[in-house]
Design a protein around this ligand. Structure first.
Ligand SMILES: Cc1ncc(COP(=O)(O)O)c(C=O)c1O
Length: 376
């Protein structure tokens, strides 16, 4: 495998990094989901080449990007789509909120814990959120069908799925998704599926299923983007795949006047990402796997902390409730650790640990974590 320098800690001072400017220098940031790695050299070169042209005008979606994305979806996940179904966006989160507006009904079903912008969608779009807890079963976070059946209402217009799941790191199996599809069909719900982490699979035998590929009968909005996999969230690009023409029209109506042209640099990056054939992603996933293993080993040796196996993403979901801390995030911050507090994700008493960083930074974080847990 090529050495992409994942071991190198890059000083991000002076880059206006959200991750590194939230805390002072005494706190190591393991919170927001961006990694401390450079994007792939080929992607950076593609962006630089576009920048070098010097004229950064309003830009249309490159037809070669549509073709590359369609090919990627087919090659990687066996899902055949057409260009008409695609709506390019500056990110997946705007797509989630447009989806919330485009679907019918007065309420949205949301399994939690979940990436916190999901929980904000109902408020943004003037609908009610029905939050249903995921349950831990046999070392995995699963969607409990009985709970969903009990919670769904006649006015529930959509189910908001996150797969691979942030923050638990689950990658749902095909049979779990088939059950979900059947549930959505039976209750006439649209399935909105955020699959932004689909390339970040840490187990060699893990595979990602695009839920929309399971049946053409279900109305679906699936959201993808290269922001996570290639560590370019600051560039901002994503895409919604909406096979149903009526739903797509509603989505475009919701977008009208709010989101227009994407940056040509974002398009250049996306074109490289969806055409890429290098070993960057396998190398990254191998590195992240090593980090995950170190985190899991450390947690396994600590009394009062639990986490489930992370199948995908670069996020660990730490259950620290047994430590009995009144303010877990504040406690770990005093020990030099900036985690995402679980309460925002619908998981009070949990901390989310972003391990997308060089091994030395991770090791320092783990050392501090062990001390923090002993001090609790
Ligand atoms: C599940 C999920 N969706 C969306 C996003 C953000 O996507 P974007 O930056 O494309 O809006 C994240 C970022 O952490 C995420 O984890």
């Amino acid at each position: 495998m090529t050495d992409y320098g994942f071991d190198t800690l890059i000083d991000r001072t002076g880059t206006w990094s959200a991750k590194w400017s939230l805390y002072g220098p005494e706190v190591l940031p393991f919170w927001v989901a961006d990694m401390d790695f450079r994007a792939p050299p080929g992607l950076l070169a593609a962006v630089a080449e576009r920048l070098d042209h010097g004229v950064l005008g309003y830009t249309r979606t490159p037809p070669e990007l549509e073709a590359a994305f369609i090919d990627w979806l087919e090659r990687r996940f066996g899902w055949t789509v057409v260009a008409d179904w695609l709506v390019w966006l500056p990110g997946v989160v705007p797509g989630l909120n447009l989806a919330g507006r485009a679907v019918g009904g007065g309420s949205l079903l949301i399994p939690a814990p979940v990436y916190f912008p999901f929980l904000a969608v109902p408020g943004h779009v003037g609908k009610q959120g029905i939050v249903v807890d995921l349950v831990r079963e046999g070392g995995r976070w699963v969607m409990d069908q009985d709970r969903f059946e009990a919670a769904v209402r006649p006015d529930t217009g959509a189910f908001l799925l996150c797969n691979p799941q942030n923050p638990t790191g689950r990658v749902y199996r095909r049979d779990e998704l088939e059950t979900l599809v059947e549930f959505c069909l039976r209750h006439d719900m649209t399935l909105v599926s955020d699959e932004i982490h689909c390339d970040l699979l840490l187990d060699p035998d893990a595979s990602h299923t695009c839920v929309a590929s399971l049946t053409p009968e279900l109305r679906t909005i699936t959201l993808f983007g290269p922001n996570k996999s290639y560590n370019i969230p600051g560039l901002g690009v994503g895409v919604a795949v909406i096979p149903d023409a009526g739903l797509r029209r509603a989505f475009l109506r919701a977008r009208a006047g709010l989101i227009a042209h994407l940056s040509p640099l974002a398009y250049a990056a996306a074109l490289w990402a969806y055409s890429e054939r290098t070993d960057w992603l396998p190398s990254l996933n191998g590195y992240l796997r090593g980090n995950r293993d170190r985190l899991q080993e450390t947690v396994a040796g600590l009394a009062g902390v639990e986490m489930t196996h992370v199948e995908g993403t670069y996020l660990g979901w730490l259950d620290v409730r047994e430590l009995g801390l009144e303010d877990p995030a504040g406690h770990f911050e005093r020990h030099g650790l900036g985690f995402s507090d679980g309460a925002r994700f619908g998981g009070a008493g949990f901390q989310r640990f972003n391990f997308g960083c060089p091994r030395t930074m991770l090791e320092e974080g783990l050392t501090r974590f062990v001390v923090g847990v002993r001090d609790a």
